[in-house]
Design a protein around this ligand. Structure first.
Ligand SMILES: Cc1cc2nc3c(=O)[nH]c(=O)nc-3n(C[C@H](O)[C@H](O)[C@H](O)COP(=O)(O)O)c2cc1C
Length: 169
């Protein structure tokens, strides 16, 4: 299988259910040394005149070290099914600090610019970081800190400019 690039105008996707239901494999680092994790919280849209994606990463994630150390990251979206369940059963639960997640999940890394995506994906977003912003407890105007952050492990918000959208050819 190989990827072909499409324009954002031809990327017909439900921005809410893409993250909520399909889940993405957020990856940073080269194919020699990268890490990936499942994300189901994310957004697609327009910011600062750019087509952007936003993802939210808690400080304890090993993937965060790779996100912070690299200019780009990718989001690989696998087709729903058994393989996706297996991949996310590893990548959303296990840490790359403890195991080789690529081997455990049966993933095939594909180098993409200075980052990595996976051959098993049906769609890949290649993103260049524009901003990384930690949520501040004082910024909330709701009960979210109490409900979502009992451990005070506030997410970092990463804004990535979408540089390429790849689909299976
Ligand atoms: C369905 C699902 C969605 C998740 N979404 C997120 C998310 O949006 N942000 C986050 O920080 N962690 C999320 N996680 C948790 C990480 O994927 C998980 O902790 C992972 O093992 C981290 O791996 P790492 O330590 O190798 O980075 C999610 C887990 C699952 C199962």
């Amino acid at each position: 299988m190989s990827f072909q690039q499409i324009n954002v105008e031809n990327y017909l996707v439900n921005a809410v259910t893409l993250f909520r239901d399909t889940w993405g494999l957020l990856t940073a680092g080269t194919s020699e040394k990268c890490n990936m994790m499942t994300v189901s919280w994310g957004m697609l849209g327009e910011l600062w005149g750019e087509d952007c994606v936003m993802v939210f990463v808690r400080p304890q994630r090993y993937t965060k070290e790779f996100l912070d150390a690299n200019e780009r990251f990718s989001l690989s979206f696998l087709p729903k099914g058994t393989q996706s369940k297996r991949v996310h059963g590893v990548c959303g639960v296990q840490s790359g600090r403890d195991i080789d997640k690529i081997a455990a999940a049966g993933l095939t890394p594909v180098p993409l610019e200075d980052t990595t995506c996976f051959a098993e994906a049906e769609t890949v977003l290649l993103c260049r970081k524009l901003a990384a912003q930690d949520f501040e407890p004082s910024g909330f105007i709701s009960d979210i800190p109490h409900a979502m952050y009992p451990e005070k492990d506030f997410h970092t918000l990463y804004v990535g400019k979408i540089e390429q959208i790849l689909v299976q050819a």
